[in-house]
Design a protein around this ligand. Structure first.
Ligand code: BES
Ligand code: MN
Ligand code: MN
Length: 468
């Protein structure tokens, strides 16, 4: 494609300012905006303020911190001409807790740039580097590049929230109450990944989520395991048994009715999916695994994207301190997540799980199931102008047509945007699965950060063109 005068100007501005962009990212990565832990509430507020100031300096108009029942939403916009299309950028400035902190090679909120095998140009190590501060910030800086060079081709609105990692509980209400303010033609989100730095891809689907906490109660107090052992139901033994029974020998989930509404992909769709490069050997090697594992009849990429799952995220109870304490715990707990695929309703699955779990509880214990946040799966049609604009943008900046890929992660708000605002979302992510999001040593490649900033203006240009 012929390079326009506009793009040359934007690129030039980017080249002149990219070091500063990285410094600014490093500054915001130092703020521990952990949404899950109330101890960080003031840091979350500080982060919202820092983002507001940066957006203002970048040329965004009317930037405001919108208070919610939880953490605030940072909103800002640039309306250049109401007859032009409007892109609503969504992202999140909150991050996951850093723990286990002892497994980080450098402190989670003291960003450092280091080279890795996958990121020979260097990657920035910090909690939130990829998920989602680094990716969200690419949009602010891409916007700066366009606005400062007078090359912004359409209207832009920013809605950056602080509760994504805890279920976006207040964003739905915010959207419902601000429909006019948020009116747009498309939502653009960079909070997903691509296959590799030389294999660009666009995320075309996300899984839904149902998350529950279970409690199994046996005797009314912890007991001596010699005096009572064998004669009372041990909640930890029982919980383990119950959890083990949630999968059969083929690793299918046994919850009654779990697969009822699952949309199965056609053989053609599965064949299409199988074209994306994948090596089981490299996958195993990267994770130190000695075998593949999962639902019978499906490949690893399928298991991690188009199939629903059930996983224990944590299990506790009894004595876990130093040495041995002989005790039968009164209570045992587990946190369980179920990743859902199109048409499995999150609430419906939570209900089915609850019924099933109560039904399999043996005499001698009582069980309670407490639902946590959930959300629905989402898919992006690849024949939409949003997808096409993203695909062309990546093609221009990577020199390769990106592959459409469904992801296993969840961004529940994407389905909610469709419901509350009637808008489709383009998932324009530049992270890699190996970036260790939610894990110790989370990082984001400098290549990815910069490539994102260079590619985003191309999306705006293509989207505006294709909307005509
Ligand atoms: N950005 C992730 C989701 C993601 C990552 C999707 C990579 C696709 C590829 C998001 O911040 C996240 O972690 N979502 C949570 C769900 C949320 C309700 C806590 C998740 O997927 O566990
Ligand atoms: Mn995220
Ligand atoms: Mn996340």
């Amino acid at each position: 494609m012929e390079e326009t005068m506009e793009m040359t100007k934007t690129k030039h501005y980017f080249q002149e300012n990219k070091e500063r962009f990285l410094e600014e990212l490093i500054d915001i990565l130092k703020i521990p905006s952990v949404s899950a832990d109330p101890a960080y509430k003031t840091d979350v507020a500080k982060m919202a303020q820092a983002l507001k100031e940066n957006m203002e300096a970048s040329g965004v108009d009317h930037v405001e911190i919108c208070e919610t029942a939880g953490h605030p939403i940072v909103y800002g916009e640039k309306i250049i001409d109401t007859s032009l299309p409007t892109v609503l950028v969504y992202g999140h400035y909150d991050v996951q807790p850093a723990d286990p902190v002892e497994l980080w090679d450098s402190p989670a909120f003291e960003p450092v740039v280091k080279k890795t095998d996958i990121h020979p140009e260097g990657a920035i190590f910090a909690r939130g580097a990829c998920d989602d501060k680094g990716q969200m910030f690419m949009h602010v800086k891409a916007f700066e590049c366009m606005i400062k060079t007078n090359t912004l081709p359409c209207n832009v609105k920013f809605m950056i929230e602080g509760e994504e990692e805890v279920g976006s509980e207040n964003l739905g209400t915010f959207c419902a109450a601000n429909k006019e303010k948020l009116a747009a033609d498309i939502i653009l989100v960079s909070d997903t990944g691509m296959l590799a730095n030389d294999i660009p891809s666009i995320c075309t689907g996300l899984r839904g989520l149902s998350y529950v906490e279970v409690e199994v109660v046996g005797p009314n107090r912890d007991l001596h395991s010699g005096l009572y052992g064998g004669a009372v139901a041990n909640p930890l033994n029982i919980l383990s048994k119950m959890i083990a029974s949630l999968h059969d020998e083929e690793n299918r989930i046994t919850v009654e009715g779990f697969y009822d509404n699952v949309v199965e992909l056609s053989a053609e769709e599965r064949a299409e999916m199988a074209k994306a490069p994948f090596s089981q050997e490299e996958y195993n090697k990267a994770l130190d695994l000695n075998s593949e594992y999962g639902e019978k009849g499906y490949s690893t990429p399928e298991r991690a994207s188009i199939r629903p799952t059930l996983d224990v995220n944590g299990i506790w109870g009894g004595y876990i301190g130093e040495g041995a304490k002989t005790v039968i715990p009164s209570k045992a707990y587990a946190k369980i997540s179920m990743r859902l695929v199109p048409n499995q309703g999150s609430d419906e699955i939570t209900e089915k799980f609850q019924k099933h779990f109560e039904a399999i509880a043996p005499a001698g214990v009582t069980v309670k199931v407490k639902p946590h946040h959930g959300g629905e799966a989402a898919v992006t049609p690849i024949d939409s102008i949003g997808y096409k604009a993203a695909s062309l943008a990546m093609e221009e900046s990577f020199g390769k047509t990106p592959i459409p890929v469904r992801s296993g992660g969840s961004i529940p708000i994407v389905a909610l945007f469709e419901k509350e605002l009637g808008l489709k979302t383009v998932l324009f992510g530049f992270g890699l699965d190996s970036d260790a999001i939610h894990s110790p040593n989370e990082h984001y490649g400098l290549f990815n950060f910069y490539k994102g900033i260079e590619t985003i203006p191309l999306f705006y240009k293509n989207f505006t063109e294709l909307s005509k």
